[in-house]
Design a protein around this ligand. Structure first.
Ligand code: ZN
Length: 123
């Protein structure tokens, strides 16, 4: 099994999504995972569930501080779909790893990030 397939499996991502790159830095114990979706794919509308064509994408980063004991960052082009049903409009699709308990949180690029505290102790 290739590293990309293993990460696919661990994240439980659907066939429309694909891990396209995995890099690991031993110095910083950091895993960077690039995820993309299949071009031309239709994805479920997050409002009504209808299959809808991808309209455009936005780039997001997601972080997990305890993914197989390493800090993991997902770099993702998240698609927006244009739903054919009235009332839905243009919506960003739900990403599979956003489910409760996955441990991944989206990094808001508008908020300055503090470096993660390692080996913190309660003094
Ligand atoms: Zn819809």
């Amino acid at each position: 099994m290739k590293p990309e397939e293993l990460i696919d499996h661990i994240l439980g991502i659907a066939p429309a999504w694909k891990v396209t790159g995995v890099t690991f830095s031993r110095e910083s114990d950091r895993l960077d995972i690039t995820i993309d979706f299949q071009r031309g794919a239709s994805l479920p509308c997050p409002v009504c569930g209808a299959s809808a064509p991808v309209h455009d994408t936005s780039e997001e980063e997601w972080r997990n501080l305890n993914f197989i004991q390493y800090e993991a960052y997902l770099h993702v082009k998240v698609p927006h779909v244009k739903c054919p049903n009235d009332g839905c409009g243009l919506k960003q699709v739900q990403v599979p790893w956003a489910r409760a308990g996955s441990g991944f949180t989206r990094i808001d690029k508008n908020v300055p990030q503090n470096p993660p505290i390692k080996n913190a102790s309660c003094a």
